[in-house]
Design a protein around this ligand. Structure first.
Ligand code: GDP
Length: 144
């Protein structure tokens, strides 16, 4: 059975443009429950660890610089089939190729400044939720 949670980040480009509200409205409007949420400023070490899988990619340095350039919102979203459904709502990594109505089509600037992050598997969702939130900070509809 598919998992019921995913981790999203509203990235610094979207926060800077006052798009936290519009993005959260879309998230709720598409049936996601917000189980945890906070506004934070990632430091370099956190951004490097969060994106460690991309350490050897040409865009890693730029990505870390961007992700530490301003505040971000991190949130745990809950819904049946959360990972796949949220990736569909986000749209493709490159906003120029994203479908109409997706978060990246609506709010992203570029491949790097693409407004939102979403976990890409249930396993990574677990790891990413634990990266930002203690169990006591979560208000789940699915867990006790
Ligand atoms: P996602 O799951 O759609 O976020 O994509 P990835 O996990 O592959 O990449 C993580 C993040 O790195 C993306 O959301 C982008 O912000 C950035 N990124 C990925 N690919 C590229 C690229 O080709 N160029 C640049 N500049 N940034 C990229």
């Amino acid at each position: 059975m598919a998992g019921t949670k995913t981790l999203t980040i509203i990235k610094p480009d979207a926060v800077r443009k006052e798009n936290i509200g519009p993005i959260l409205e879309k998230i709720n409007g598409n049936g996601f429950h917000i189980a945890a949420l906070k506004l934070i400023h990632l430091n370099r070490g956190q951004a490097e660890r969060f994106y460690a899988v991309h350490r050897d990619k040409f865009f890693f340095e730029g990505l870390v610089n961007f992700m530490t350039s301003g505040q971000v919102v991190v949130a745990i979203l809950e819904k049946e089939n959360a990972v796949a459904d949220y990736r569909r709502l986000m749209g493709t990594t490159d906003p120029a190729k994203a479908e109409e109505g997706t978060l990246r089509k609506l709010f992203a600037e570029s491949m790097e400044r693409n407004a939102v992050h979403g976990s890409d598997s249930d396993e990574n969702a677990e790891t990413e939720c634990d990266f930002f939130f203690a169990r006591s900070e979560r208000f789940s509809n699915f867990e006790g």
